[in-house]
Design a protein around this ligand. Structure first.
Ligand code: C2O
Ligand code: CU
Ligand code: CU
Length: 563
């Protein structure tokens, strides 16, 4: 993918290129000086750090704190969990000083919640954070003004089919000392979900500070597959960060005073379950690795140092029809991949998991005979195709970016609309719609819809100029079906530059207000997020014309813009 504008990536900081803004061209050191707390603090020298000296931590499984009556059904008692968000210090590496972090249950990633399909639970999300934020807030961003508490949180369970008042609406945040109890019915198939913060205007900072964790939904079909389990199943939560020489989180800021927002952050340190360069001792047998890309903006390109194959068995929200053999795996922010990796035939070897050429973690394969008995089934679970003929509306939604005069991204927009504009997407409960994401930018945007699971129809190259001139999509290439390993249930899709990415979904579960957004957290925080509302089947609302493109010419705004 061509990325003409990388934003404030570290490389650009170091090269000092592409950063001219109001005549200023700052290096990372100079930028640091604008931040109290990071003044004169260079970054941790990763090249000099010993690799593979810390064992991979496995997040603990959270026990229920008791039971509570089910909302709306007081006769039934359901498990009740409590997770406190706290500030704490953790060792991310043997030779790095303790790092101040925020986390659920005093850990990052937080404890894992094990839920069962069809068995509802309650989770109380308690904000016990201090009153001062760890990271630089941009008060000029919508919803992040100086008139509200700097520290505020609202938890979202990503991938959950949850009622709207338990979904973590970005404006439903609350300050330290408060909590919210959310109801998760778990009426969905086995999958790896994840919980994370979603407070309007500061989600990128709250998650970067450590507010994320894993939530598994289990079911009997999964259990019948004979997959590796117990210690042969492992969540791998991967997040990139900048760590300064004092071992503290560093979040880059722009050179513009009072507007520290940067368009994307690509840290050079990859944490796996909260450790830098961890190792895991494994037996020479099959493992089930459940990967989550919890990064703010980074896409991972993963492979093994010995070139060994892996099999993907599930996408974001459920099993694939059959395992897909891969040598490389691409994972965008918020995407999950469920993998079977077989270390048989590699006894005694050290195998590295790499992102591109860079080591992320190491697997030490034992010489002793393995005891794991997990299998890789030939088939997994049917994924019935949602038929295009079922769709009652096709929406064309642009992914756009507004730049300042110097070509620096200022904000990203969905459908050329800001967060606070009236709701324009109002699908009816149980109806099927096709959403077409036309990407006018140079970035891949991982687009996520709350509440629903969807399927990718295809991606197709189009000509942006024809759209500017006539307001019409002119395709210049063939429609490309999704890769085999994305042809399952998804909640986040990579919308590539210069392409229209088409998804199809049924709006099942609940009526009410949800959001859809880009999961590059810097984009999401700065307007690349929109509310949408599932309305009741008989609500009076103009239906969207079926299979018609409904988007007029874009209104022009001041400054240059790239759509
Ligand atoms: Cu990962 Cu709006 O969510
Ligand atoms: Cu979500
Ligand atoms: Cu984006």
């Amino acid at each position: 993918m061509g990325r003409k504008k990388l934003g404030w990536s570290r490389r650009e900081f170091l090269l000092g290129g592409g950063m001219a803004l109001a005549g200023a061209c700052l290096s990372i050191e100079q930028t640091n000086q604008r931040r109290t707390g990071v003044i004169g603090r260079p970054l941790l020298k990763l090249d000099e750090l010993a690799r593979f000296v810390d064992a991979l931590p496995v997040p603990r499984v959270l026990p229920a704190s008791g039971t509570r009556p089910e909302p709306g059904n007081a006769g039934r008692k359901i498990p009740y969990y409590r997770l406190e968000m706290r500030q704490f210090e953790a060792k991310i590496h043997r030779d790095v000083k303790p790092t101040r972090l925020w986390g659920y249950g005093g850990a990052s990633p937080g404890p894992t919640i094990e839920a069962r399909s069809g068995e509802p639970v309650l989770v109380e999300w308690v904000n016990d954070l201090p009153g001062t934020h760890l990271l630089p807030i941009d008060h000029s961003i919508h919803g992040a003004g100086k008139d509200i508490p700097d520290v505020r949180t609202v938890a979202h369970l990503h991938g959950a089919k949850a009622p709207p008042d338990s979904d973590g609406y970005p404006e439903a945040w609350y300050a330290p000392g408060k909590s919210a109890t959310y109801y998760y019915p778990n009426g969905q198939e086995a999958a790896m979900l994840w919980y994370h913060d979603h407070a309007l205007g500061i989600t990128r900072l709250n998650i970067y500070a450590g507010l994320l964790g894993v939530y598994f939904v289990r079911d009997s079909i999964e259990e019948g597959l004979g997959l590796p389990r117990g210690k042969y199943e492992m969540p791998l939560v991967m997040c990139d960060r900048f760590i300064d020489a004092q071992g503290q989180l560093f979040y880059p800021i722009s050179p513009v005073p009072d507007e520290p927002w940067v368009p994307e952050v690509f840290g050079d340190a990859t944490l796996v379950n909260g450790k830098l360069f961890p190792f895991l001792e494994v037996e020479a047998c099959k493992y089930r690795l459940r990967l989550l890309n919890g990064s703010n903006a980074r896409q991972f390109y993963l492979s093994f140092s010995n070139g060994q194959e892996l099999h993907q068995i599930a996408t974001d929200l459920g099993f694939l029809p059959a395992p897909v053999a891969l040598k490389k795996l691409e994972l965008a922010p918020a995407e999950r991949a469920d993998l079977i990796v077989d270390f048989a035939g590699h006894a005694g070897e050290n195998v590295e998991l790499r992102n591109g050429l860079l080591p992320v973690m190491q697997f030490r394969v034992a010489k002793t005979p393995p005891r794991g008995t997990g299998v890789l089934p030939k088939t997994l679970r049917a994924v019935p195709k949602t038929r295009e003929s079922e769709s009652v509306a096709t929406r064309l939604l642009t992914l756009g970016e507004k730049d300042d005069m110097a070509g620096n991204p200022m904000t990203m927009l969905l459908d050329n609309k800001h967060w606070s504009m009236p709701i324009s997407e109002k699908p009816r409960l149980n109806s099927v719609e096709i959403w077409n994401f036309a990407n006018f930018t140079d970035d891949t945007h991982p687009i996520h819809l709350h509440l629903v699971r969807f399927q990718i129809l295809d991606r197709r190259v189009f000509e942006p100029e024809a759209y500017y001139k006539q307001g019409k999509i002119l395709y210049t290439g063939e429609a490309v079906p999704p890769e085999a390993n994305e042809a399952g249930w998804k909640d986040t899709v990579q919308a590539h530059p210069g392409m229209v990415t088409r998804i199809i979904t049924r709006f099942e579960g609940f009526t009410g207000r949800y959001v859809w957004h880009c999961h590059i957290l810097e984009h999401e925080d700065n307007e690349m997020m929109r509310p949408y509302e599932v309305i009741s089947p008989d609500a009076k609302e103009e239906p969207v014309a079926a299979a018609e493109v409904i988007c007029g010419p874009l209104n022009s705004r001041r400054g240059s813009r790239r759509w």
